[in-house]
Design a protein. Sequence first.
Length: 128
Amino acid sequence: MVYQDERCAAFMDIQPINKGHMLVVPNLHASSLAELNAEDGEQIFRVAQRLAVVLRTGVVKCEGINLFLADGAAAGQDIFHVHLHVFPRYRGDGFGLTLPLTYSDKPARAVLDDMAKEIKERLEISSS
């Protein structure tokens, strides 16, 4: 355990990607982001940011940090309790994100605008 407060805890990953890999988890169970209390979500990211600073400036002196949270099986979640990975990164460390072949196919501006409009409308409805 490297950190704990009333909302979350952070600890070393037992199968690290790189030295210093940690997990930040909410104390209250939430299997998905939709179930996660907003304040707990805010706190896990605040703690992850603090941990990233510590990793970069002294403990492992990594060249970069990835924060990774998989939400749902299709996203690669295999433990159904929200958890945010803090990955120390180095050039050539062999870890990466594989992009689909269609990644270079950019959607039309109108498609992006329509989706943005729908998301904005749903956000406004959900905050009412």
